[in-house]
Design a protein around this ligand. Structure first.
Ligand code: PRP
Length: 212
């Protein structure tokens, strides 16, 4: 039996995913020891777990370096990939939203040349340009996006809102919801052919858990 490799997004998603793998009998004890290792092996079940940056999970899966990935729907929407999205795991729930100062509520779509800052330029462009038919000026940022409207870099942002704490502490509000998000179970297309039985067994067990 060959190893099945699972790519996990470093951080909270990896911890929640690990709990799911443990509950179906996988041994993730090596991962629980807080080390800087990036590869963990479960010899008994012939599984390998690799820790990668959230935005790279789908890349590892698409190219077959990982058979399976646990990744946020945000990154799947931002970079469309050639892979199978199998299960909504129901954790890591949050939403993509247009956020900004409350004064702009209800006015966004009548503002010419609205300036939108985002870590997710494709999602932002799709929402405003395709869904709303509005031309906008997009500014790509890599983090601390809430700062942009505060210092006049943009009018609004398109960003992830989980608890809403970051917005609140920076005097911003959700102006419009774009899309709900959560963690997804994704599979490499060739792996699905070659290891269908083992992968579908995990998929089915995870599906049952998320339905409970
Ligand atoms: C994410 C997101 C928001 C924040 C939302 O940022 O971009 O800034 O979390 O969470 P909340 O609604 O619970 O406050 P992240 O922690 O990834 O940091 P970065 O975007 O600044 O890198």
């Amino acid at each position: 039996m060959r190893y099945l490799t699972v790519a996990l997004a470093k951080g909270r998603l990896a911890e929640l995913a690990m709990e799911m793998f443990i509950s179906i009998g996988m041994d993730c004890s090596e991962m629980k020891e807080k080390t800087r290792k990036l590869i963990f092996t479960d010899e008994k079940n012939k599984m390998k777990f690799i820790l990668v940056k959230a935005t790279d999970v789908a890349t590892y899966v698409e190219y077959g370096a990982a058979d399976i990935g646990i990744v946020g729907k945000d990154t799947l929407l931002e970079d469309s990939r050639n892979l199978y999205e199998m299960v909504d795991l129901g954790f890591g729930k949050c939403k993509m939203a247009v956020c900004g100062p409350v004064e702009l509520k209800g006015k966004l779509h009548s503002m010419p040349n609205l300036r939108v800052a985002s870590k997710y330029p494709h999602i932002a462009a799709k929402y405003f340009q395709e869904d709303c038919g509005q031309t906008i000026e997009l500014i790509k940022l890599n983090g601390s996006v809430e700062l942009a409207p505060l210092v006049g870099l943009s009018d609004v942002i398109v960003d992830i809102v989980e608890t809403g704490k970051t917005l609140k502490e920076n005097g911003l509000e959700v102006l419009e919801d774009v899309v709900p998000l959560s963690a997804r179970f994704v599979v490499n297309k060739v792996s699905m052919k070659m290891e269908r039985e083992r992968i579908m067994d995990i998929v089915n067990r995870f599906s049952t858990m998320t339905e409970e």
